[in-house]
Ligand binder design. Structure first.
Ligand SMILES: Nc1ncnc2c1ncn2[C@@H]1O[C@H](COP(=O)(O)OP(=O)(O)OP(=O)(O)O)[C@@H](O)[C@H]1O
Length: 641
């Protein structure tokens, strides 16, 4: 049984439904130790035959038997492993991978063997030594002469110790001196017991081998044995595997480094999109925090003011009663409920001056101690007065009003809806910043005013104290959710606290919109990555062909591009994070100086979000180009100019 046997191979190319037969029944037998030259006219089908023998082309009729085993029905995967293990290719135009060093070019084949990393390096170095290029191993292909490049290709073809070396015009691009050197090397390969099949136009090359096969018009018209084949010694096959994940990632990184300046620009461009999104989120959080801080520095954040939900002005309908208090008290996380009274327009007279206080509101626990600028909380018969209002009576020294009696008149309605003016002299107990209204008596003082005129006093709001800040929103929601007998909302939230959540929603919304706009630049980044990867696939079509010829699987080619996209995303996000931190530092320094608050709040979550978004977008962008790369036909890719 021959080592390699071709049985009646037919192959046609279809062009516009017309078939062009190229191989018209080729039957040949080859053995190891042979150095076979295939001669024939140009366009006679030699390369076509080599592609079939090399497992690059599976579209033919007839069969190829390796050690008696048919290749014809082999799957793509089996053909990949056949090329990896059994075939070594040497091409006329060398087909080295330009962004890899000489050593790494040889290593690509070795990375698909089960040798350890050190054994791979040692073998690659030894092979480069064998072809006389050990000293040049760290150079890139474009730093070598043609002859040197072909010697690298020979070292690479030998790397995985394949049994068959297919050389397609290996000396076609070389001068006579280099041709001689390459022929000597190929002689040595055949002498080591391998089968060397060499397509050539040169009689000089053909005469060098052990056998000449001549093709004409798609058939073999001459098969001449010049010498005996070299003796074959059995050797253990080098165990093969597919390209490891680590090796592929390294290859991706090497390519990125080779095109450093271009990749740096892409990374920079993509990082701007990610940076804007993270910054907008951080700014949103910061501004929200700042506004809340400002509001809550005026009022207690855990206190919520509740009033009846009605548009009526009728004191009866507005009344908040003991039953409301007990209803509110029953809610979880409510610590205390305090009744309060609020009215507009009280007349205040002092030392011959009269002025109207717009807002009169009883003091509650919601009031912050710091709101009282001078003086103390009002006891019954006393009142707190806002500084601005106090200035109406004593412009220069508003605090001098403390301890003085002011005449306060509040108008209420009696049973018949007729106005009744209630007047009382109240002692000013202190001066406030005005956050709770112009005039603030305690509840009992107001009750006494009503009782003095035999009117019924009705509280018109309640202050609900909540146990902790984290429960405020849920309690607010529960209060808003309480229904009356008609199934309508019973209460509404009033006071500054009520607008906080609405305000927060608006701020949040505004920054989501801004982050959305920033997202558009992220989209532009993604499109840029898609374009770059498409260009990269086109640029590297030949490299893909080379990798596939070396036995790299489709999946690995796809992963190679995906890895590059992953790194583009990762590096972009890292750069974006650095930008964000820098801008945040700068903005916060300024903000702290002017408003005493850090305005950009970039949390760890936003940073993680930035990285994840960048990587996911890059990977999504890479899906189509990398699939295109994986689907490329290896023969077409190799022929790509
Ligand atoms: N993909 C293809 N589609 C259509 N025709 C093709 C294709 N590849 C090769 N051919 C044709 O098949 C014939 C054989 O081509 P092949 O490259 O095998 O010849 P060759 O003997 O290697 O030629 P040369 O010595 O010039 O390299 C040619 O006529 C070529 O035009």
């Amino acid at each position: 049984m021959s080592f390699l046997e071709l049985q009646d191979i037919h192959k046609s190319y279809k062009m516009n439904k017309t078939e062009f037969p190229v191989l018209k029944g080729i039957s040949l037998k080859f053995d190891r130790g042979e150095f076979v030259s295939i001669l024939g006219e140009s366009g006679g089908g030699k390369t076509t035959l080599m592609n079939i023998i090399g497992g690059l082309d599976a579209q033919y009729e007839g069969d190829v038997l390796l050690n008696g085993k048919s290749l014809h029905n082999a799957s793509t995967k089996q053909l990949d492993s056949y090329r990896r293990q059994t075939i070594g290719f040497i091409f006329q135009n060398f087909n080295l991978i330009s962004h890899l060093s000489i050593l790494d070019n040889v290593m690509v084949s070795l990375q698909m063997t089960k040798l350890s990393r050190k054994e791979q390096r040692d073998r690659a170095t030894a092979l480069l030594d064998q072809v006389g290029l050990k000293e040049h191993r760290h150079k890139h292909p474009n730093q070598l002469s043609g002859g040197q490049k072909q010697r690298v290709a020979i070292a690479r073809a030998l790397a995985s110790d394949p049994d068959i070396i297919i050389a397609d015009e290996p000396t076609g691009a070389l001068d006579s001196q280099n041709t001689q050197e390459i022929l000597t090397l190929m002689d040595q390969i055949a002498a080591s017991g391998k089968l060397v099949i060499c397509v050539t136009h040169s009689q000089e090359v053909a005469d060098h081998g052990t056998r000449i096969v001549h093709m004409a018009d798609g058939v073999i018209d001459q098969d001449k044995h010049l010498k005996d084949p070299f003796p074959v010694t059995d050797h253990a096959e080098m165990a093969a595997k597919h390209l490891g994940f680590g090796a592929m990632v390294k290859m991706a990184l090497k390519h990125m480094r080779y095109n450093f300046s271009r990749n740096l620009l892409i990374i920079f461009g993509a990082s701007i999109g990610i940076f804007s999104v993270i910054l907008m989120l951080g700014l949103g959080k910061g501004v929200k925090g700042y506004i809340n801080h400002e509001i809550y520095s005026q009022i207690k954040p855990t206190a919520v003011q509740v009033a009846q939900k009605t548009s009526s002005e009728d004191a009866k309908k507005l009344a908040v009663t003991d039953s409301d208090v007990s209803r509110l008290k029953q809610l979880k996380h409510v610590k205390k409920v305090q009744l309060g009274f609020y009215t507009q327009g009280a007349q205040v007279q002092y030392a011959g001056t009269s002025s109207t206080a717009q807002i009169v509101q009883t003091v509650t626990d919601q009031m912050l101690a710091k709101s009282i600028k001078k003086g103390h909380q009002p006891a019954t018969g006393q009142v707190l007065i806002a500084k601005g209002f106090a200035q109406k009576f004593n412009k220069k020294h508003p605090y001098k009003l403390i301890g003085k009696k002011v005449k306060v008149s509040i108008t209420a309605m009696d049973k018949n809806h007729l106005p009744v003016v209630m007047t009382k002299n109240l002692t000013v107990s202190g001066v406030t910043d005005g956050s709770g209204g112009q005039l603030q008596p305690n509840l009992q003082t107001v009750k006494n005013l009503y009782h003095g005129k035999k009117l019924t006093f009705r509280a018109n709001f309640a202050t609900v104290m909540i146990d902790s800040l984290s429960n405020v929103t849920s309690v607010q929601d529960k209060i808003k959710g309480l229904k009356n007998a008609q199934g309508k909302a019973r209460y509404q939230l009033t006071g500054a606290g009520a607008i906080v959540s609405t305000l927060n929603t608006y701020i949040q919304l505004a920054f989501y919109v801004l982050a959305g706009i920033a997202g558009i630049s992220l989209l532009v980044s993604a499109i840029m990555i898609i374009v770059v990867l498409y260009i990269s696939v086109s640029e590297r079509t030949k490299e893909i062909g080379i990798l596939r010829a070396l036995g790299v699987r489709k999946r690995d080619v796809k992963n190679l591009f995906l890895s590059e996209a992953f790194f583009l995303g990762l590096f972009s996000s890292i750069l974006a994070l650095a930008f964000t931190e820098l801008v945040a530092l700068f903005a916060n320094n300024l903000a702290t100086k002017y408003i005493g608050y850090t305005i950009v709040e970039v949390t760890g979550n936003y940073l993680i979000f930035g990285i994840v978004v960048a990587v996911v977008i890059s990977l999504l962008a890479a899906l189509a180009p990398s699939s295109r790369a994986a689907k490329l036909d290896p023969i077409e890719a190799l022929a790509y100019e």
